[in-house]
Design a protein around this ligand. Sequence first.
Ligand SMILES: NC(=O)c1ccc[n+]([C@@H]2O[C@H](COP(=O)([O-])OP(=O)(O)OC[C@H]3O[C@@H](n4cnc5c(N)ncnc54)[C@H](OP(=O)(O)O)[C@@H]3O)[C@@H](O)[C@H]2O)c1
Length: 305
Amino acid sequence: MILFVGATGKLGSAAVRELAQRGKKIRCLVRPGSDVSGLAATGAEIVRGDLRDQTSVKQALESIDTVISSFATNIAKERSAAALWANDYEGNLTLIRLSREAGVRKFFFVSYWGLAKFGDFEHGKIKKMVEDLLTVSGLDYTVFRVTTLATDMSELLGATLLRKGRVPLLMKPHEKIRPILLEDLAWCMADAIDNPKACRRIIEVAGEEEYDFRSFEQLFCRALGKKVRFIFVPLPLASFAASCIDFATGNRYNARGILSAFTGGSTCDISDMKSIFDVRQGSFARYLQDFFQEARNASRYNHSV
Ligand SMILES: NC(=O)c1ccc[n+]([C@@H]2O[C@H](COP(=O)([O-])OP(=O)(O)OC[C@H]3O[C@@H](n4cnc5c(N)ncnc54)[C@H](OP(=O)(O)O)[C@@H]3O)[C@@H](O)[C@H]2O)c1
């Protein structure tokens, strides 16, 4: 049986669906109060608990063979660096330690691509430390280092572009991005359960299509059916603003660290991923078209009722 932590998240719910379709037995450790309606159709067992409560984690780990850690603090809601360490670092530490004690065999961890670039970003530091811990834990691990989820691009950038017609970006026009579709990453995660090539590997995962930010902008124009613009914010200006925030808040948010994570593009070499997983990835361009078509249909429907 698989224990999934982070099942109510964007990636988590897609991965639980994929695992359920393959007939895997899944238990989801979900915080009290989280909405689990999206998981109902998967037949996954839901246990309520929190990684900070070791008793609930121990109970959740009973008869578990594989643990999947896909949880993360939402930085849009919780920005303080201390809260990230308390949840993401301590939570994974507890999960790895108790998994070992419970005789778990495999542990999957969802991490970031390009951790060197995230050297000063709290999330990145935490991911790297958890990775390091996992590789010496004695558990059979698979680490998925993810570039950017397609949904983050459509929902975050798309929502602002729809509203305002322009969005500020810290990336440079020539830098590149390779967003991965949720269902493709979910496919790889589910495949890794029985795929020996994925065992004891740190795998960089990204989408099939790579864009520079100018062509990415064009993609949004086409999908939205109107002219929209990325505003490329000069880095010195953004660095100055981040330094002011850090100075004023006593480094509570590590704004310069956050800034470093949103510069320099988001792409990687997917040859390892391709040699391990026989996944036929979907097109991000197609996904974006469908995403905005659905949004238009929904708003037409909402206006007519
Ligand atoms: N988004 C990206 O572009 C991106 C890029 C690279 C890597 N990643 C990684 O991919 C993974 C999934 O990301 P996502 O965007 O799908 O995340 P998400 O939608 O923000 O979901 C996060 C999940 O973590 C759960 N969670 C947080 N703290 C928890 C705790 N203490 N105990 C139990 N559950 C907890 C949340 O549960 P609640 O329902 O209780 O809030 C939610 O289910 C994360 O590890 C993230 O760091 C994401």
